[in-house]
Design a binder for this molecule. Structure first.
Ligand code: AMP
Ligand code: ZN
Ligand code: FE
Ligand code: FE
Length: 282
């Protein structure tokens, strides 16, 4: 059983449509794949239909942008009610903030690179959640940088002068909203120190206290030492662990199935979601 619980499509900053992500997952020999676009569940219907055709199991998810002390925290949620009003409101606010933040970054980049908002919009599919990868694609199209990697290493770096943070919910609050929406919260790449600052173990514990259920341990942005530490932390806090690719199509080097999740962890996700549906029938 090969299970990959973290991928992105053109509903956010991936380069393949939800149906194509599912087709690629089947081709990669996966049995189960989750779609976890940033701050949106809009890819679910297309992915569900594609999974019905290909015979693999689709797990609906989302990756929620959060901020704590100015540190970016990504919270995965699986199997939540996509129409839960509080969750919908939180995700809508995040997408709105992402758009104004992207506009401000383009305003800063414009004088030095010639970039304008229309250039960026050409790379955003319809109502997709906008992010720095779309600005990167526009910079590539203008010939300013060679690829997304170079854009993130230079102009779009979180430490650079063009960077503007988005506003985003507190992670403990987000965990509560996800649980109330029947979802199963798992913190994404909690120790990815090469991306920027990370939250500490006490802050992860506070999220667990609020109902967070799992830690994404096997992720390419974690070193062996970071994985070992996270496994111990998960045991101490009674959390399950996952492993995932964080696939973005051609937008990143991450390959489908490069890290996978044990069936026991998927079973815990199903159990927690089922218990929540029993406690709060729709
Ligand atoms: P944002 O959400 O707008 O702050 O942009 C961060 C997103 O860009 C994350 O989803 C990352 O997966 C993606 N990202 C970060 N670094 C890179 C990179 N070097 N190449 C492509 N995508 C990246
Ligand atoms: Zn992304
Ligand atoms: Fe992430
Ligand atoms: Fe991701």
């Amino acid at each position: 059983m090969r299970i990959d619980l973290h991928t992105h499509s053109t509903a956010s900053d991936g380069t393949q449509s939800p149906a194509d992500v599912i087709a690629s997952a089947a081709q990669a020999g996966l049995d189960v794949v989750a779609l976890t676009d940033h701050d949106t569940s809009s890819g679910w219907p297309e992915a569900t239909a594609a999974a019905d055709r290909s015979g693999l199991r689709f797990v609906p998810g989302v990756e929620i942008s959060c901020l704590l002390r100015g540190v970016s925290v990504h919270l995965l949620s699986y199997l939540h009610d996509p129409e839960d009003p509080a969750l919908v409101r939180m995700l809508t606010e995040s997408r709105t903030s992402r758009e104004s933040r992207a506009r401000r970054m383009v305003d800063r980049l414009g004088p030095d690179t010639g970039l304008c908002w229309e250039d960026v919009q050409e790379h955003v599919h319809g109502p997709a959640t906008i992010g720095r990868p779309h600005i990167a694609d526009a910079l590539v199209a203008r010939g300013v940088v060679a690829d997304r990697d170079e854009a993130f290493a230079t102009l779009l770096s979180g430490r650079g002068k063009y960077f503007v943070p988005q506003t985003a919910p507190d992670p403990v609050e987000a965990v509560r909203v996800v649980r109330a929406a029947g979802g199963v919260p798992v913190i994404a790449h909690p120790a990815a120190s090469k991306r920027g600052s990370c939250i500490d173990d006490d802050e992860v514990a506070a999220m667990a206290q609020a109902g967070m259920a799992g830690l994404e341990v096997d992720h390419r942005d974690h070193s062996d030492a970071e994985r070992a530490h996270l496994r111990d932390l998960a045991t101490a806090l009674g959390l399950f662990v996952t492993g995932s690719s964080d696939y973005h199509g051609a937008g990143k080097r991450n390959l489908l199935g490069e890290n996978t999740t044990e069936p026991e962890s998927l079973a815990r996700i199903d159990e927690i979601a089922a218990a929540s549906r029993l406690a709060h029938p729709a």
